[in-house]
Structures are given as structure tokens and as C-alpha cells.
Design a protein around this ligand. Structure first.
Ligand SMILES: O=C(O)C(=O)C[C@]1(C(=O)O)C=C[C@@H](O)C=C1
Length: 231
């Protein structure tokens, strides 16, 4: 897999490192996205810019992109989740042997409808990060099956949410992404003018995006995964 999860390095530590690497992509794509705050023609559902296709242009672009990528095998990779999963063509390339670390029920989890509401450019990066919750949940289950089995059998989602939550880690994640937005998003200036610190994207907004969307949705995926884990 792209992030290098194989049976031998499938640990909570390696999964957390993959999440940290993905922060860089997310912060950079937010910085890019901030250059174009609005693009109404792209999102307008009534413009009908493409003959034979009804819906916003953005849907057309993403559907067509996903169709090509599906043929190239993108969605055979358990780390990838399409935004328009209906009627995708099968992969045309020879099967790559992805290590099957997830329980089969994980394949049916796709919460991209909720993610679609956030923003366009960073969607794939955010989707990948949020659905990484499947891998986090699998390793947490493997590390403590006796703790997880009773709430799974009782379908107690609140207890599962409590069990998988690590507030110390969440605080660190939010602090780190805020710092990354600070460092990556400064205008680079050759003159040594300390007053001219300007940001391409407000670092506190990135921390809030993680606080209000990214982490809660990752945890939702973790709970969804665990609830199916003993099926
Ligand atoms: O690192 C973990 O243990 C995770 O489950 C991931 C994550 C996150 O989304 O960053 C989610 C829940 C935990 O409370 C801490 C962090």
C-alpha cells in the first residue's frame, strides 16, 4: 500500500505516523484551496455546462476522474474510497496483492457523503485521512480484543467511542496541524521584516477543521468499523 502498511509494520505507532504524513498534504491543499474561495460556476447545479450530464460541473469532473482512476485500479486499494461509488468500472490492471489487514465488513464503510460537504480540492486527502480510521480501529481491536468485544456485542457505540478516544493524542494532533499551517503557509519574504508575517490560510482555522470535522469523522469511521468487527 502507498503508506506502507504491511502485516509486520501494522502497529498503532506506524498508523499514527501515516496520519502525521497525511497532515502535510492536507495543510498544503488547504493553502492551495484558499486562493480560490469561491467558484460558483463549478458548483452551480443549474448551469448544465456538459451536454448529456445534469448536475454541477464539479460532480462531472469528479465522476469522470474516478472512472478513469477505477480502471487504473485506484479503488482496489483498501485505503481509497470513491465519492461516487455507484457504477464505477472494474480495475483493468493486473491485481496488486494488497495485504488484507482489515475485516471484510470494512469494505462497506464509506462516509464520503458527509465529507463532500466540506470542500473540493482537499477532499481526497481528507477522505483518505478520515477513512484511515478503519486501520486505527483494526489495530486498536487487535491490541485489546477483550476490552472491545463486550461493547461490540452489545452494539454500544458510546462505550466504543469512549474506549477508542485518546484526548492527549487529539490535543497533540490539533497543535501540530496549527503549527504546520503556520510554518507552511507564511509568505516568504527576503527582507527581514518581522511585522510582515502573513498567512495564506489561518492556522487556527486548520486546527478547528481538525477539531470539528477531521477527528470526529475519523472516530465515526472507527466506531462503524468496530461495530462490524465480529460479524
Ligand atoms: O491516534 C489514534 O489513536 C486515533 O484514534 C486517531 C485520532 C485522530 O483522529 O487523530 C482519533 C481518536 C483518538 O482520540 C485520537 C486520535
Amino acid at each position: 500500500m502507498a503508506e506502507g502498511i504491511s502485516g509486520s509494520e501494522f502497529t498503532l505507532d506506524s498508523i499514527r505516523k501515516a496520519l502525521i504524513r497525511q497532515e502535510d498534504v492536507i495543510v498544503f491543499s488547504l493553502i492551495e484551496r484558499a486562493r480560490f474561495p469561491m467558484n460558483s460556476a463549478l458548483y452551480n447545479p443549474r448551469l448544465d455546462l456538459v451536454p448529456g450530464f445534469s448536475g454541477p460541473l464539479v460532480d462531472f469532473i469528479v465522476k469522470e476522474t474516478e472512472t478513469v482512476q477505477a480502471k487504473a485500479g485506484r479503488y482496489v486499494n483498501p485505503e481509497e474510497n470513491p465519492f461516487f461509488p455507484d457504477n464505477l468500472p472494474p480495475s483493468m490492471i493486473p491485481n496488486y496483492n494488497y495485504s488484507q489487514v482489515l475485516h471484510p465488513g470494512g469494505a462497506s464503510i464509506n462516509i464520503n457523503k458527509a465529507i463532500w460537504d466540506i470542500d473540493l480540492i482537499c477532499l481526497q486527502a481528507l477522505s483518505r485521512r478520515i477513512h484511515y480510521g478503519k486501520f486505527v480501529a483494526e489495530i486498536k481491536f487487535r491490541d485489546a480484543p477483550n476490552d472491545y468485544e463486550p461493547p461490540i456485542r452489545a452494539k454500544d457505540t458510546d462505550a466504543l467511542m469512549k474506549l477508542l478516544t485518546d484526548e492527549r493524542v487529539e490535543k497533540m494532533v490539533k497543535k501540530r496541524v496549527e503549527k504546520k499551517a503556520d510554518v507552511f503557509g507564511q509568505d516568504v519574504n527576503v527582507s527581514n521584516n518581522a511585522d510582515s508575517k502573513r498567512y495564506k490560510v489561518d492556522p487556527s482555522v486548520v486546527a478547528r477543521l481538525y477539531d470539528e470535522w477531521v477527528i470526529p469523522l475519523t472516530k465515526l469511521v472507527e466506531v462503524e468499523y468496530l461495530i462490524r468487527r465480529l460479524d
